[in-house]
Design a protein around this ligand. Structure first.
Ligand code: NAD
Ligand code: UPG
Length: 440
């Protein structure tokens, strides 16, 4: 099948590449000329395990193309996936300008039947807006060309995006159009060979399913973060509690890790967008509102521990920071907790020396030559002369460090661990003051 992907970011590039990998001919469009030029030179704009090889292989096989030419990309695919960003507007609602612009472009240039698929995370009712934008353009041109609109929300996680796309838990398709559903079934057939994973439903339910999934996962995290705060006060250990409840199959082990608050480009914005949608319809989401409030509080918890130990005025102090990306295996720093923590440390007068296996280039892009932020070439180098170590991202490379070597490099043997990487007893026996989350 010939497929066009509009928006070549984390979702668009992974979707396009994986669809090419199973034999489709794919053209990825982006308005960002630098991104497309880089891809056409054989480069890759994001760090995502396994993606680079897959892109190279499919480009070499002639199945994967990158362009900034809108007319060409619209003409190319019978199926047009919209995978552009839907960032938060000032009031927290999803900003649909890029989705609507993509839809208008399709209407402006299409000459034959198209299936237009919303893959971006979009509020309920967006498919109607996409349909209206296409119709408006067709009417302007004075033509009547048939098209279908479907919702196909994406559930991939950054850092495991290729794996998630190639082996999905489920494929949600929202459409009221039999022809579009049949085409979507054909596209996804290679991804569900051992059992049926495609769940077909109406468009509005599909749109809401995406927000429901993210809000549910965010709820589990905020729930555990709150219990971790309580466990600390009670002298209980949240790690034992996590195992104790996760073993119940009705609860399960996933997404029960307390930490520095959820971040990334999805949970914070999607929880807020759901709140806005509900407010617009006169519904109060009491649980979801509390989830967001708890997360805002959680982002300050590690900072408060640091101030509790060193005082509110951190002038002249330097902290080693392990981890800049919002989670391991990505270079994405959108809504990363590291940013809140670093900026809080700076406000209190401290400086930071950070190490991250892949996100330091992204931090440089965001912070430029910020004098209060230095970078280290290794985790150990970040420690040299620092007043304490602050762990923000649970990269594997931080999991089994040489504690003796660490003690020798730090000015003071103090660790603030926002990800509970170590056994408190082991770290304390190695001579450290250790401040984990919800453990004693
Ligand atoms: N990142 C994730 O893990 C993830 C997972 C599931 C769903 N989503 C959702 O998918 C959507 C895309 O997210 P992302 O992280 O890939 O965003 P991104 O910012 O990485 O990529 C979006 C791309 O769209 C391009 N673009 C904007 N307007 C365009 C237009 N009119 N025509 C062509 N290209 C255009 C931008 O230049 C950018 O390269 C969002 O709605 C997001 O919520 C993201
Ligand atoms: O037990 C946990 C699990 C995650 N997190 C945090 O939650 C955030 C999000 O993590 P994760 O969900 O792994 O990464 P994303 O790439 O943001 O993926 C989420 O958001 C995507 C975009 O909508 C969805 O497609 C995915 O299904 C959904 O997991 C990160 O800050 C994590 O550190 C925790 O604090 N504790």
């Amino acid at each position: 099948m010939k497929i066009t992907i509009i928006g070549t970011g984390y979702v668009g590039l992974v979707t396009g590449t994986c669809l090419a990998e199973v034999g489709n001919e794919v053209m990825c469009l982006d308005v960002d000329t630098r991104k497309i030029e880089l891809l056409n030179r054989g480069g890759i704009p994001i760090y995502e395990p396994g993606l680079e090889d897959l892109v190279k292989r499919n480009v070499a096989a002639g199945r994967l193309h990158f362009t900034t030419d809108v007319a060409k990309s619209v003409a190319f695919g019978q199926v047009q996936f919209i995978a552009v960003g839907t960032p938060p507007d000032e009031d927290g609602s999803a900003d649909l300008q890029y989705v609507v612009a993509a839809a208008r472009n399709i209407g402006r240039y299409m000459d034959d039947y198209k299936v237009i698929v919303d893959k971006s995370t979009v509020p309920v009712g967006t498919a109607d807006k996409v349909r209206a934008a296409v119709r408006e353009q067709l009417a302007r041109r004075g033509v009547d060309i048939p098209f279908s609109v479907a919702s196909n929300p994406e559930f991939l996680k950054e850092g495991a995006a290729v794996e998630d796309f190639m082996r999905p838990d489920r494929i949600v398709i929202g459409t009221d159009d039999a022809r579009a559903l049949e085409i979507m079934r054909t596209i996804y057939a290679p991804f569900q060979r051992n059992h049926e994973r495609l769940i077909a439903m109406d468009i509005r339910s599909a749109e809401l399913t995406k927000y429901a999934a993210n809000a549910m996962l965010a709820t589990r995290i905020s729930f555990m973060n709150e219990l971790a705060l309580l466990a600390e006060k009670l002298g209980a250990d949240i790690e034992h509690v996590r195992q104790g409840i996760g073993s119940d199959p009705r609860i399960g082990y996933h997404f029960l890790y307390p930490g520095v608050g959820y971040g990334g480009s999805c949970f914070p914005k999607d929880v807020q967008a759901l709140q806005r949608t509900a407010a617009e319809h006169g519904v109060t989401l009491r649980v979801i509102n509390a989830v967001e409030q708890a997360n805002e509080h959680q982002k300050q918890v590690l900072l408060n521990k640091i101030k509790g130990r060193f005082g509110d005025d951190l002038s002249g102090r330097r902290f080693a920071l392990w981890g800049l990306a919002f989670k391991p295996n990505t270079d994405d720093m959108r809504e990363a907790p590291s940013r809140v923590i670093m900026e809080g440390l700076w406000r209190a007068g401290a400086t930071v020396r950070a190490y991250d296996p892949v996100a330091m280039h992204e931090a440089r892009r965001i912070y430029g030559d910020e004098p209060r932020l230095a970078y280290a070439d290794s985790p150990m180098e970040a420690l040299d002369g620092a007043d304490a170590l602050v762990i923000v991202t649970e990269w594997k490379v931080f999991r089994s460090p040489d504690f003796d070597a660490m003690r020798a490099r730090l000015q003071q043997p103090v660790i603030f661990d926002g990800r509970n990487l170590y056994e408190p007893k082991v770290v304390r026996e190695a001579g450290f003051e250790y401040f984990p989350i919800g453990r004693h």
